[in-house]
Design a protein around this ligand. Structure first.
Ligand SMILES: O=C(CO)[C@H](O)[C@H](O)COP(=O)(O)O
Length: 260
């Protein structure tokens, strides 16, 4: 890699590299989905090749499973793994409490199950993902195909009573057809602009018939690793009930860029 990498891709890469260094021999690791998570999978593949790192990876999508196999990571199913040591994944937004919006890639159902079955969830992000309030990014909600228009109506009605700024609900499309997730479902994108009470919304949304899972991750993420285009990395950790901050220069970041 590479001189051609944009600052945003470098930021994603250094976050992914820092988080992949948290993985230890023998671990069972949840592998997230998306462009940042793809860097992490490549970094882990590099460690498997270079250091003989022995891990079992549980992918959160068919895309990630394909990439993990391609880079030499042993892939197992969640039910084979049972419980995971660590999950590393990207996010569309994170706030000061490390609550997240996920599902921009349409994989939040598997991602939430995998992260919830892990000792620790580490999110890797570029600085643009940090927000004061969740909701500028449309909130993905996975719904079953049966009666999805009715489910959308029920979601719209439910939103009337919620502390949100916008209430538009759109079906995610793939060309002329509704997008289909790995589980064969569709995605509603909720254009809320600002979510006043993410915890309440996450609970209420999942009570609407037809909704399978929403993309709000509340109290699931333990650490956010924020990469910067110049190689700096910041860590936000939930410790003793509050978020601690740490910052470091990524040693030899230029060499790391060349390695990938
Ligand atoms: O939740 C996700 C997929 O369902 C992704 O983690 C999220 O969309 C971030 O993706 P990227 O790293 O490409 O910005």
């Amino acid at each position: 890699m590479s001189a051609e990498l944009s600052p945003i891709e470098k930021a994603k890469f250094v976050a992914a590299k820092r988080a992949s260094d948290m993985v230890e021999n023998g671990m069972k690791v949840g592998l997230g989905t998306g462009s940042t998570a793809a860097w992490m999978v490549r970094c882990l593949g590099e460690r498997v090749r270079q250091e003989g790192l022995k891990i079992k990876g549980v992918p959160t999508s068919t895309r990630t499973a394909d990439l993990a196999r391609e880079v030499g990571i042993e892939v197992i199913a969640l039910d084979e793994a049972g419980w995971l040591d660590l999950t590393i994944d990207g996010a569309d937004e994170f706030d000061a409490e490390l609550n997240l919006i996920k599902g921009g890639g349409g994989a939040h159902l598997q991602e939430k199950i995998v992260a919830s079955a892990s000792d620790r969830m580490v999110v890797i992000a570029d600085p643009a993902k940090e927000v004061a309030h969740l909701g500028a990014f449309p909130l993905p909600v996975e719904v079953i195909p049966f009666g999805w228009k009715t489910t959308r109506k029920l979601v719209e009605e439910m939103l009337e009573g919620m502390d949100v700024l916008g209430r538009d609900v759109t079906i995610r499309m793939n060309g002329a057809m509704p997008f289909v997730t790995d589980e064969g479902n569709h995605i509603l994108d909720l254009h809320l602009l600002r979510i006043g009470n993410p915890r309440q919304l996450a609970l209420v949304l999942n009570q609407v018939p037809g909704v399978v899972e929403n993309g709000l991750f509340i109290d699931i993420c333990d650490t956010v690793v924020i990469g910067h285009g110049d190689g700096r990395v910041e860590l936000r950790d939930v410790a003793a009930g509050s978020v601690q901050q740490d910052s470091m220069e990524f040693a030899e970041s230029e060499n790391l860029f060349k390695d990938v």
